[in-house]
Write a protein that binds this ligand. Structure first.
Ligand SMILES: Nc1ncnc2c1ncn2[C@@H]1O[C@H](COP(=O)(O)OP(=O)(O)OP(=O)(O)O)[C@@H](O)[C@H]1O
Length: 279
């Protein structure tokens, strides 16, 4: 990993977040959602972000996705500053119900960004078929999203993201609204696709167990205004399995450590708020 521009172009999936600060301003109210975030995710790495509610995780992801301009600092993808949604980045949001168009079939939803990318019809059809097969939905291309379960709809959203062949995939609490069994399946699907496709993945979650199970690293954010409290390396075997991996003593240690850090973040925040109120 190098910030040298000469090597940066050879590293298209390198995500470089440098001193990002975001202050929301409007109608007499100012919120410093993110104070100073700096971290890197190497090409082909999978990093998870956890932090207390309101820590600015979604704000950070929107800045990384080029949907929000940081107040200070910058995000670079493959050495190039992100100033709008980058062509080779895809995002999967929590609210699959709102991210799919109900009047389009599953295949049309997956195909839409490929049309916008001006990919030729034959190649589009190949990409859609392959993406739906890889998420286990090869048999429902003609169905409408509202005819599918929540877990299936989220698979469509994932298929749409991977059909696009992004070098970076951002996921914002993508499984928060599905049941536990479906969630476990979608976690395994995410790790399988990540390993097969070699994308850089930045995955935001509330769920500490999910972050440890999925990630190679877990970035723990402090409460708002936000900084990176700790960058925890997840030294679990690369082949993960829901029951066996979660039963490992090391999994329990990592989980306890990250949990402790998130609790610390909340206490820091409470102390800072009391100090501010007393000032
Ligand atoms: N558009 C906005 N205008 C003003 N303030 C905002 C806006 N969006 C978010 N905020 C504030 O910024 C802070 C961080 O919000 P954000 O949604 O990024 O946090 P989060 O960590 O994703 O939260 P959660 O875990 O609850 O989803 C919060 O105090 C929130 O109220």
């Amino acid at each position: 990993m190098s910030s040298n521009p000469a090597t940066a172009t050879a590293d298209p999936g390198l995500l470089d977040v440098r001193g990002v600060r975001k202050v929301y301003q409007g109608s007499g109210r100012t919120v410093e959602a993110v104070r100073d975030l700096t971290f890197r995710v190497g090409t082909g790495d999978l990093a998870c972000i956890v932090g207390p509610s309101g820590a600015g995780k979604t704000t950070l992801l929107k800045c990384v996705a080029g949907l929000l301009a940081p107040t200070a600092g910058e995000v670079r993808l493959g050495g190039t500053p992100v100033q709008g949604p980058p062509a080779d980045m895809a995002v999967v949001f929590q609210e699959y119900g709102r991210s799919l168009f109900p009047w389009m079939t599953v295949a049309q939803n997956v195909e839409l960004p490929l049309k916008q990318k001006k990919i030729a019809r034959g190649r589009r059809s190949e990409l859609v078929t392959r993406a739906l097969a890889s998420v286990g939905l090869a048999d429902v291309p003609g169905a409408y999203p509202w005819q599918l379960s929540g877990g299936m709809q989220q698979r469509v959203a994932i298929a749409r993201a991977i059909a696009y062949e992004p070098s970076v995939l951002l996921m914002d609490e993508p499984f928060a609204a599905v049941d536990a069994q479906t969630r476990a399946e979608l976690e395994d699907l995410t790790r399988r696709l990540w390993r097969e496709l070699g994308m850089t993945v930045l995955f935001v979650t509330h769920d500490i167990d999910e972050a440890v199970y999925l990630g190679q690293r877990v970035l723990v954010l402090s409460a708002s205004p936000t900084v990176v409290m700790e960058d925890v390396a997840v030294d679990l075997p690369a082949d993960r399995e829901q029951l066996a991996t979660r039963a490992l003593p090391r999994f329990a240690e990592l989980r306890a450590h990250v949990y402790g850090q998130v609790q610390r973040a909340k206490v820091f925040h409470a102390e800072a708020s009391v100090a501010k109120a007393g000032a």
